[in-house]
Design a protein around this ligand. Structure first.
Ligand SMILES: CC(C)(COP(=O)(O)OP(=O)(O)OC[C@H]1O[C@@H](n2cnc3c(N)ncnc32)[C@H](O)[C@@H]1OP(=O)(O)O)[C@@H](O)C(=O)NCCC(=O)NCCS
Length: 185
């Protein structure tokens, strides 16, 4: 078990998952707007399994897709953080940065704020050489977060976990090397 990394930003707390996060996480995973760029919304059981897997990876490594809480409200609003993709991708091995927030909390800059904090952990604390991020080409909201936090567009690839012919299969890749990172981005 590694030393647990948790941190705060101006408005958010990124932390290990709690049992009470499972219910709001299932609700956001069932929301078709949140899951627009995924194959389908998740059942409650699939959502719980995902939360448990994320929690155990944080326990193992000390970092991962942290639960995101809005300060003051003390409420779980989604996840953001670092992850080693399970699929072998054209640019593997790699560490990705990713996010998924409840739609009630979009448009407030929370994803970008949380992601900047995660980049700080990745580069300053873990001293990783590079972070990647990728999403299906049409997911403009997610691409805007990548651009806002200073990641550089680096071309397209076909995601091997999605079936050939699926509209979600063409993905865009963004990368950021430690020496390109600007903590003020
Ligand atoms: C991707 C996702 C996290 C982006 O959320 P978001 O709210 O658009 O992104 P941010 O939190 O960075 O917020 C930025 C928006 O908030 C606005 N904003 C409001 N107050 C702000 C503030 N104080 N600071 C910064 N931005 C602010 C910005 O103007 C921007 O709006 P715009 O996109 O219309 O220009 C969200 O759409 C989501 O969870 N999607 C579903 C899951 C998903 O697709 N994940 C990615 C899979 S790879």
């Amino acid at each position: 078990m590694a030393e647990l990394i948790e941190f705060e930003t101006d408005r958010l707390r990124l932390r290990q998952w709690q049992e009470s996060d499972f219910e709001p996480f299932a609700a956001l995973n069932a929301d078709p707007q949140v899951m627009e760029y995924f194959p389908e919304p998740l059942s409650c059981q699939a959502s719980d399994e995902m939360a448990k897997k994320i929690r155990s990876l944080i326990m193992e490594r000390g970092w991962g897709f942290w639960g995101v809480e809005a300060k003051g409200a003390e409420a779980f609003i989604g996840f953001c953080g670092l992850h080693v993709p399970t699929a072998t991708l054209p640019f593997s091995p790699c560490v990705e940065i990713g996010w998924r927030l409840s739609s009630a909390h979009w448009g407030k800059g929370y994803a970008s704020e949380a992601a900047r904090g995660a980049l700080h952990v990745a580069f300053q604390h873990l001293e990783l050489p590079e972070i990647v991020s990728f999403t299906t080409a049409g997911n403009q909201r997610s691409r805007r977060v990548m651009e806002r936090i200073g990641m550089k567009y680096s071309g397209e690839f076909e995601h091997p976990s999605l079936p050939k012919g699926s509209l979600l299969r063409p993905h865009v890749l963004y990368r950021l090397r430690r020496e390109q990172w600007d903590a003020k981005a």
